[in-house]
Design a binder for this molecule. Sequence first.
Ligand code: URA
Ligand code: SF4
Length: 244
Amino acid sequence: MNTKRKQVLKELGLTPLWRIKSDYLANHAVTQTHSYIKNQHKKPPSAIKTDEARYADILKMDWDKLINSVTNCKACPLNQTRTQTVFGIGDQHANWMYIGEGPGAREDATGEPFVGQAGKLLDNMLTAIGLKRDDQVYITNIVKCRPPNNRNPALDEARQCEPYLARQIALVKPKLIVALGKVAAQNLLKRDESISNLRGRLHEFSGIPLVVTYHPAYLLRTLSAKSKVWEDLCFARATMQSLT
Ligand code: URA
Ligand code: SF4
C-alpha cells in the first residue's frame, strides 16, 4: 500500500487495515447483539446455526473455491427457490466495490448482478463518475440467491451469506466500498439507521472506507432522491481521490 494512502487512512481514523479475517470472526460471525438484530428478530436463529468452522473455511478460499462454494451453497433456504446463484462480477482487483441487496428476477435468470432496470441506473451512476462495470469496479450483493418476490433478505439469510461477501472483499481489497440502499448499509455496518442518517459520512468495513447511498431501485421510484445520490457519488469520488 502506498504511503500517501496509509497516511490519509490514518488521518481519517481508518487504520489498521486488512484485518478482515480476525475482525470478522470476532465481530460478525458468532454473536451479534446490535439493535438491528434485536429489533428485527425477537428470537435467535434456531433452524440455521452459525457454523464457525464453515465461516473459517470460506475466509481462506481462493476465487475458484469461493465461486464453487457459492454455486453449490445450501446454507440458507434461498437455495430452494433460486434458479442460480449470483456471485458477483467485475475487476477482481477493483478499487471500487458496489454492494447491493440481493438478486432480482433478471439477475436470478442470468446469474449476473444488477442487470435489470436498477442495474441500468447503476450503470448510469457509474458513468456519472467516470467508471464502468468491469473496469476498476466490482459489483456484488449481500445475498447471492434471489429472495422470493424480491422481498428483503431475512437476517439469517444475510448472516449465512456474510462470509462469502467478507471473502470477496478480502480478495478484491477495494479502496472504497459503496453500499447501495438500506439492506446493504445496515448489514455491512450493523446499524439500524436510515439511509438519510447514514449517507454523507465516511464509515468503514474492516478498515475499508465505506459510503452509503440510496439503492438505484429506490431512485427509479423517487426521482427527487437524484440530487442526493449525485452528492453521494461526488463524496465517494472525492474520498477515492484522497486515497489514491
Ligand atoms: N438489486 C440488487 O440489490 N441487486 C441486484 O443484483 C439487482 C437488483
Ligand atoms: Fe448460500 Fe447465500 Fe444462497 Fe443462502 S443466499 S443459499 S447462504 S449462497
